[in-house]
Ligand binder design. Structure first.
Ligand SMILES: [Zn+2]
Length: 487
């Protein structure tokens, strides 16, 4: 026992020793880099990630695999090889940058996660819905007043706050559903986040939006950083004319269409009032039931509708935390499994007014806990929902797996971390369960498109301290623009 205590304690006698220890730790850390440039290139295109302790990804047949001591070779943003670290497959002459994922306990790598539903500019509204006192209806009203006073600078800053928080939690692709396009495009470019930028043609917060306005953006789509898509706040808010035009745009430009659907009983009734049909049946009748349609929430759908979702390959975004916070009801996960529609489900964060933090691991845990009573959602299925399954639902192509030919969106997690240890060495797949049950945590490094965006836990493009100052300033100015009773 005495040996054990010696093994796990520092030698510090008091605070002054500890502070000395801190200084020497910082000095020591500078020598601890995992990054070793092999050429003079300032933008390394050939990167070898050497000896990751574990590589977690689904394979070509979508089976979850945990490979021990493997290396990844990346060229021009694409994964070229994944191979056992002891094979010296890649000569030094073909490497611009070596990342040593083996030393000091090692690094676990996963594909970058995919967030299928969020409203990025609303990041500026954290604190407007803490739901401590007062009722939810009033709070939503106040939040909407605040949102109504936001300007383009606010939308941009909010989106930068949102994307960089997501990146800290290992998310590299985001589907944005919002009423503005350009500020989100600029934020994606500034943070290097992959974004499907679905602009509302029929918007709650931006009533001036229209399908014609969206088409203008689509015509210019080549000049944007993000991939444009189209959104409708709710189907029942759209006129038959608008729906017809939206349908044409989806077909003509081969884009995704996203909308909130069946979030509450009340919205279902509004749909029945507008179309004489429940939401999914209405989608079928209107010709919008297909794999280009992505529905968020889908809480109040019946068996007939779930069968229609399956039949027409409609994508579904499950948002358990948001559903709990807004008391929307419980997603019928077991019925999706029963009718084999569960492979069409992915997860999303929604905005900070509907979730604690913008990470998907805690959302996966929330999904597991929410359905525990009636159905056990396996960790491997949750992992798929964050990676390869989401990529297929959102039609992202070769994204969401660590396999040759796939886009190099990679999250690096320190193995020596409470989120992984202790794991079962005889069943390394236990790392996946550990990772999800521990909930969200920060990644060590993050690669998007073969480029390191976060290194050694620090964002390489956005200065986080300066960003937070700007967010606070913009939030204060936003509140100050309102009349006193609305602040
Ligand atoms: Zn939403």
């Amino acid at each position: 026992m005495k040996d054990l205590i010696t093994a796990i304690t520092t030698r510090n006698k008091d605070l002054s020793d500890a502070l000395k220890d801190e200084a020497s730790y910082l000095l020591e850390r500078q020598k601890h880099t995992r990054y070793e440039p092999k050429s003079k290139s300032r933008q390394p295109k050939r990167i070898l990630i050497h000896g990751a302790a574990f590589v977690i990804s689904t394979d070509a047949r979508d089976k979850l695999s945990v490979r021990k001591n493997h290396s990844l070779y990346i060229v021009n943003g694409v994964i070229k090889e994944v191979f056992p670290a002891k094979q010296k497959l890649i000569p030094d002459s073909k490497v611009d940058l070596l990342y040593d994922a083996a030393k000091r306990g090692g690094v676990v790598i996963t594909p970058g996660f995919i967030n299928a539903h969020t409203h990025p500019p609303m990041y500026l509204l954290r604190s407007s819905m803490t739901l401590d006192k007062g009722n939810i209806v009033d709070q939503v009203k106040k939040m909407a007043t605040l949102e109504g006073a936001m300007n383009d600078k606010d939308f941009f800053l909010g989106a930068v706050g949102d994307f960089t928080e997501e990146q800290k939690y290992g998310i590299t692709t985001t589907l944005s559903h919002y009423g503005v396009f350009e500020p989100i495009d600029r934020a994606a470019r500034a943070t290097k986040q992959h974004v499907i930028n679905c602009i509302s043609a029929v918007s709650n917060s931006h009533p001036q939006n229209s399908p014609a306005m969206v088409e203008k953006i689509l015509k210019n789509r080549k000049k944007y950083y993000t991939t444009p898509g189209i959104a409708m706040h709710y189907l029942h808010r759209a006129t038959p004319e608008q729906i017809k035009k939206v349908k044409e745009l989806v077909k003509k430009y081969k884009i995704l269409l996203t909308m909130h659907s069946a979030e509450t009983e009340e919205w279902v009734q509004s749909c029945i009032d507008a179309f004489g049909k429940r939401p999914i049946e209405a989608l079928v009748e209107l010709g919008l039931a297909n794999s280009s349609t992505i529905l968020s929430h889908c809480v109040h759908v019946n068996d007939v509708e779930i069968k229609l979702i399956k039949k027409h390959s409609i994508g579904v975004v499950h948002l358990p935390t948001s559903n709990k916070i807004h008391r929307s009801g419980e997603f019928k996960y077991p019925s999706f499994v029963k009718y084999k529609a569960d492979k069409q489900i992915c997860l999303g964060t929604d905005s900070v007014i509907s979730k604690n933090s913008l990470d998907l691991l805690s959302e996966a845990l929330q999904a597991r806990i929410m359905h525990q009573q009636n159905h056990r959602v396996l960790y491997e299925d949750l992992f798929r929902m964050l990676t390869s399954q989401a990529a297929s639902v959102l039609k992202l192509g070769k994204v969401g797996k660590l396999l040759p030919g796939y886009r190099a969106d990679v999250a690096f997690w320190k193995l020596r971390d409470r989120g992984f240890l202790p794991y079962n060495p005889h069943k390394p797949v236990s790392l996946v369960g550990n990772m999800i049950t521990h909930g969200g945590r920060n990644i060590r490094d993050l690669m998007i498109d073969g480029e390191f965006v976060i290194s050694n836990r620090i964002h390489n493009v956005i200065n986080e301290s300066k960003l937070l100052d700007q967010l606070q300033l913009a939030h204060t100015q936003l509140r100050n623009r309102l009349k006193k009773s609305d602040r």
